[in-house]
Design a binder for this molecule. Structure first.
Ligand SMILES: Nc1ncnc2c1ncn2[C@@H]1O[C@H](COP(=O)(O)OP(=O)(O)OP(=O)(O)O)[C@@H](O)[C@H]1O
Ligand SMILES: [Mg+2]
Length: 320
């Protein structure tokens, strides 16, 4: 496969459960060596999408291919070549680290005589060397997730699916998991990762926001913040931000005014043009304004603004 080739693509994927549409016309692609993030709140359709891509769930309609194999007709070939850390990845708590690893080696058909060498290399690469004989029950959450990742790598997969690998893991362990993901991608493994942590989106080469089964925005984190934001964000640093919030909301200069810690984010299509009026209003109420300026929106701002579009219009801006 050449470096820019497509490792995964899916077109118009749909999954219905009776009348309920869990995945609604989803299309995207992942290049080789790319970290692609599928971001969305609980129930958005992330796991259902992955299960269809792995041939574990039949799509209602739509098509897809992973590593050149059709997700419906060649699901076996797909599964033999990918690693999958599912949201409820099963490790055996009563077994040791090495026993769990070897178990997955068997599941993926790795020849027994190759296991010791792979085990040593892969456990070392995830930082679990020296812990081979520890029982999984005694491991902290972060170490368990790294073992789950190691187990999914036992057969040297070209593509890795990670479904919320960092959920419930402490920040330091989250960081070390992401470092492992970078290493894998740098060595050519393609990765589809889901998360509902907005800050983790920044770790991906490209991301898609999924909401109620639909992709509402897609691109690199930078593109999202600069080109795909349907509104501008003004950040205000002032005294008595709680009072300022009410003043700004009552004045209706912006579509949305929200607290971001001690700062205020005011969002609107032409927010920049309201800056001087906003400053005057606050000063008229004797609120000292330390700074008020247009900022590059955070991914959270983008997501919230896009969702607002979906909720108001029942469709995304692209549809218009
Ligand atoms: N087998 C099923 N039968 C009926 N509804 C289902 C089934 N599987 C999933 N759903 C529904 O489809 C929607 C999408 O679920 P999915 O698990 O894909 O979401 P998710 O984005 O992975 O969420 P989470 O962050 O909670 O893991 C949810 O409303 C869920 O209840
Ligand atoms: Mg899920």
């Amino acid at each position: 496969m050449n470096p820019n080739s497509t490792a995964l693509s899916t077109q118009n994927l749909v999954k219905r459960f009776d009348q309920f549409v869990a995945v609604d016309d989803v299309s995207f692609s992942v290049r080789r060596g790319e970290i692609f993030g599928l971001l969305g709140p609980n129930g958005a359709g992330k796991t259902t999408t992955i299960r269809m891509l792995l041939g574990l769930l039949a799509p209602t309609s739509g098509t897809g291919a992973v590593l050149g194999f059709d997700i419906v007709k060649q699901a076996e070939q797909v599964r033999a070549r990918v690693g999958y850390v599912s949201q409820k990845f099963a490790l055996y708590p009563d077994l040791t680290v090495a026993e769990n690893f070897d178990f997955y080696g068997g599941v993926y058909g790795v020849p027994r005589d190759q296991l010791p060498e792979r085990r040593a290399a892969i456990l070392a690469s995830v930082g679990l060397d020296g812990q081979e004989n520890a029982r999984v029950a005694s491991l902290a959450g972060g170490s368990r997730q790294r073992l789950a990742l190691a187990c999914a790598l036992v057969h040297n997969p070209e593509f890795l699916f990670l479904d919320e690998p960092t959920a419930g893991v402490d920040p330091l362990s989250r960081r070390s998991l992401w470092d492992l993901v970078y290493d894998l991608a740098a060595r050519g493994t393609s990765i589809l990762v889901t998360t509902h942590y907005m800050d983790e989106a920044e770790n991906c080469h490209r991301i898609a926001f999924i909401y109620r089964g639909k992709i509402v925005a897609e691109g690199s984190p930078n593109e999202m913040k600069t080109r795909q934001m349907p509104a501008q964000v003004v950040e205000i640093d002032c005294d008595r931000s709680d009072v300022a919030l009410t003043v700004l909301r009552d004045a209706r200069l912006f579509d949305e005014v929200a607290l971001y810690g001690a700062l205020i984010h005011a969002i609107g299509e032409n927010a920049r043009e309201q800056i001087s009026r906003a400053r005057d209003l606050l000063q008229a109420r004797s609120i000292a304004v330390n700074s008020i300026e247009l900022i590059v929106p955070s991914l959270e701002d983008v997501f919230i603004a896009r969702l607002r579009n979906v909720d108001i219009n029942g469709r995304t801006t692209e549809d218009r």
